[in-house]
Design a protein around this ligand. Structure first.
Ligand SMILES: CC(C)(COP(=O)(O)OP(=O)(O)OC[C@H]1O[C@@H](n2cnc3c(N)ncnc32)[C@H](O)[C@@H]1OP(=O)(O)O)[C@@H](O)C(=O)NCCC(=O)NCCS
Length: 163
């Protein structure tokens, strides 16, 4: 696997990874019927955001995407926010962990002082376990803030770690 900055030509491969996760609606608050161009605007963000992809080192196919950016502008801009999606075909093989470690290192190098996740679905056990293992803690859980398509109303964790 190679981790590198995303380019505009990566978008078709990124969309193949993103679309099933966004359509499933179990892990992010985007509308489940989000149009491809809206998803592209939401994920292929300009600086100061950074967008990384994990690509297969033989096929070049996109395995996963991550982005990080200031969680708030101005006086809150020293705290980063990040988002991650790994494709179904690549799940459970360490791509998410590698992307997260690259994002943490990149954010630290860019001068961010902490990273905050604003909306981790509490039933997303895979993600919660990964974030905890990387040093994030749950600061609070907003009750019934996420309308899960299968489970109904569940909480959203706010997770945080210093960098
Ligand atoms: C969360 C996500 C990014 C993890 O990516 P991944 O490449 O599958 O994860 P990894 O293979 O790197 O596994 C990392 C950790 O996840 C956890 N994990 C992986 N597979 C798991 C499973 N089947 N059940 C429970 N936990 C699991 C483990 O803690 C694992 O730790 P390990 O490295 O010690 O084994 C991926 O599942 C995903 O894209 N999910 C949909 C979108 C999403 O939820 N994004 C995050 C929103 S907060």
């Amino acid at each position: 696997m190679i981790l590198r900055d995303a380019t505009s030509t990566d978008w078709p491969g990124i969309w193949r990874v993103l679309e099933p996760a966004l359509r499933a609606g179990e892990t992010y608050t985007y509308p489940r019927d989000i149009a491809e161009d809206e998803a592209r605007t939401a994920w292929m963000l300009p600086a100061p955001a950074r967008v990384l992809v994990a690509v297969d080192n033989t096929s070049g196919g996109v395995l996963g995407i991550a982005k990080y950016l200031p969680n708030h502008p101005g006086a809150g801009a020293h705290v980063a926010n990040a988002s991650f999606v790994v494709g179904h075909d690549a799940a459970g093989r360490g791509v998410g962990r590698a992307l997260a470690e690259a994002v943490l290192a990149g954010a630290r190098a860019d001068g961010y002082r902490a990273m905050q996740f604003n909306a981790v679905v509490e039933t997303n056990e895979r993600a919660v376990r990964l974030w905890r293992s990387l040093g994030f803690e749950v600061l609070a859980t907003v009750p019934e803030a996420f309308d899960h398509p299968v489970l109904g109303l569940v909480g959203l964790h706010i997770m945080h770690r210093a960098l």
